[in-house]
Write a new protein. Structure first.
Length: 249
């Protein structure tokens, strides 16, 4: 069945309806009709199966058939991603949702090529959030990752209120450790896997020494991604894949 997103503030299982772009997609793209069954999710773990009751002019009214809940992922993984060139951030957001990131924080690093003023940053954030919605619809993820507004690294650390159990940063520095070793050390010291992880991934050319030093002061441990230098989008997927395998399964 086709999946549709209904924002939490509009989620009312007793009076369900599709509006705006979701209604347009169902009506004009999928050509759905009264009696068809669909799946809805609200990005906060709730999912339900519904039947189209009425195709009104400005909304599609629905009838609830079955409702269920999905537990959040075992570890809350936040990807702090330096914004790369071109459309690579679009791909990173899409794959981050599919792999299991809980939040995505775009970082304007010193080596970020893309220039963003407040208006363009807001537009980018809205675009990336929509990409996250579409990815969640496709992959069956009922917890929608939040895409934050782009910030530089000092602003990101100042605004971050979450006390992460583990903070990591991809690094090309010679003292960077293997991620597996860091996770083993954490489990040995705490008797359990971390419940929240920050994963910082740099831009083309990596974070600057000053940014890396700042991250270290905020508790980020540098990790190596192996002997091969990875493209930005590959590095993000690599880190999230390893974390997902080790912490979410």
């Amino acid at each position: 069945m086709h999946r549709f997103y209904v924002a939490p503030e509009n989620w009312d299982p007793q009076e369900l309806a599709l509006r705006g772009s979701e209604a347009h997609h169902a009506r004009n793209v999928l050509r759905m009709q009264a009696g068809d069954k669909i799946v809805l999710f609200n990005g906060k773990g709730c999912e339900l199966t519904a039947e189209i009751a009425d195709m009104a002019d400005h909304e599609i009214r629905l009838r609830k058939l079955h409702e269920s809940g999905t537990a959040p992922l075992r570890t809350w993984i936040v990807l702090g991603q330096a914004i790369p060139k071109g459309k690579n951030m679009d791909l990173i957001v899409q794959k981050a949702v599919e792999i299991g990131a809980a939040e995505i924080a775009p970082i304007i690093s010193d080596r970020t090529v893309v220039q963003l003023d407040s208006e363009s940053a807001s537009q980018k954030q809205a675009k990336w959030q929509q990409i996250a919605i579409e990815a969640a619809k496709q992959c069956g993820q009922n917890w929608l990752p939040r895409v934050h507004a782009p910030k530089n690294l000092p602003e990101f650390f100042s605004a971050s209120e979450q006390p992460f159990d583990l903070r990591l940063i991809g690094s090309l520095q010679p003292d960077a450790q293997q991620l597996k070793k860091i996770l083993e050390t954490y489990s040995s010291e705490h008797g359990d896997r971390p419940r929240s992880v920050l994963m910082l991934v740099g831009p083309e050319g990596d974070f600057t020494p000053a940014e890396l030093a700042l991250a270290r002061r905020h508790g980020c441990q540098p990790i190596t991604l192996g002997p091969i230098i990875l493209r930005v989008e590959t590095a993000a997927m690599y880190c999230l894949s390893v974390l997902s395998y080790e912490l979410l399964i």
